[in-house]
Write a protein that binds this ligand. Structure first.
Ligand SMILES: O=C(O)C(=O)C[C@]1(C(=O)O)C=C[C@@H](O)C=C1
Length: 311
């Protein structure tokens, strides 16, 4: 059966690279390029595709807030849903079923003869924070920085601009794809700059498709949850975290975003080591329901072997 996989496109984005790492380039994978991360969620929900690959966090620049906010909007009811009995919020059936890690090396691409001719640089907003050293060294205030929907889209824009005054920050793959000269290469602040991607879908996947045969790491699982708490309950967050401590569960990250339920109230995202099928994990999560206003398991999936190799 041909697998259908959506990703933030067009071809040549880092998300496309994550897709290839996860699913390969076999003829039994059909790729569906999307203009925005929100479209990836949409086509997965309407089952036009089986899986979607979206960026989640970067080792230099932190959260990809668009993805965090989409997870919030799809899994947690908003104040509008709560005020409208007829419009009951139903969480989607798809979950996080895998993760991928891509080494991110950015390049400055342009048809301009010299940097002095450049008046505009395009890139995905997530990129600016990963190349701050390059920007402060080379880019003057006279040059405008414009956001594009993806780094590959930025390369497409520069390719279409025949004035020779625009540039973009993008991958080597995009440079090849759009035949754009590389004026500066590997301009990321940190040489081990890495982005983590989520694979969303309805069915489990083999998270080790291209893993080394002699990979010595034990099979590890990650479980990701999202929850809201009573804003006025002192110690509510502490009680949640304490439940994990008592069950000997290692938490690997905690993030928050505005809840859109009430001003200054937050939703929390927690990731922990362990599978939802482990007794201590399922018991903790079941017992949390009494501490939380809403709680959803976003997914429980096998840790990708690249987690250990990309650090
Ligand atoms: O624009 C792209 O190429 C993407 O795949 C998006 C994205 C992101 O949103 O983080 C992916 C990896 C890099 O961190 C920069 C941009």
């Amino acid at each position: 059966m041909t697998l259908k996989v959506a990703f933030l496109g067009p071809e040549g984005t880092y998300t496309h690279q994550a897709l290839i790492q996860q699913f390969g380039t076999e003829s039994d994978v059909e790729i569906y390029s999307q203009a925005a991360i929100s479209d990836c969620f949409q086509v997965l929900d309407s089952k036009e595709v089986d899986y979607a690959v979206v960026p989640f966090e970067n080792s230099t620049n932190g959260q990809v807030v668009y993805t965090y906010d989409l997870l919030r909007d799809w899994y947690i009811p908003s104040s509008q849903d709560q005020n409208n009995d007829e419009n009951q919020h139903i969480a989607p059936k798809f979950r996080i079923v895998g993760e991928q890690f891509v080494s991110i090396h950015h390049n400055f691409l342009s048809n301009a003869k010299t940097l002095d001719d450049v008046t505009t640089i395009y890139s995905h907003p997530q990129v600016w924070g990963q190349v701050t050293k390059f920007l402060s060294k080379h880019i003057t205030k006279k040059i405008s920085k414009l956001d594009s929907d993806s780094t590959s889209k930025a390369a497409e824009i520069v390719n279409n601009d025949k004035s020779g005054t625009s540039a973009c920050i993008s991958s080597k793959i995009s440079a090849d794809l759009y035949q754009l000269p590389i004026l500066f290469e590997n301009i990321e602040n940190s040489s081990n700059n890495t982005t983590r991607f989520l694979v969303l879908g309805y069915d489990e996947i083999n998270s080790h498709p291209l893993g080394p045969e002699n990979d010595s790491h034990p099979k590890a699982y990650v479980t990701s949850i999202i929850f809201t708490l009573d804003h006025d309950d002192p110690g509510a967050l502490c009680a949640v975290l304490d439940t994990f401590k008592k069950n000997n569960i290692n938490l690997t990250s905690i993030n928050s975003r505005p809840s859109h339920l009430k001003q200054w109230q937050y939703v929390f995202f927690v990731e922990l080591v362990g599978s939802i099928n482990d007794e201590n994990v399922s018991a903790s999560i079941n017992s949390l329901s009494s501490n939380c206003l809403t709680l959803e398991v976003l997914g429980s999936f096998q840790r990708c072997w690249r987690y250990w190799s990309e650090q």
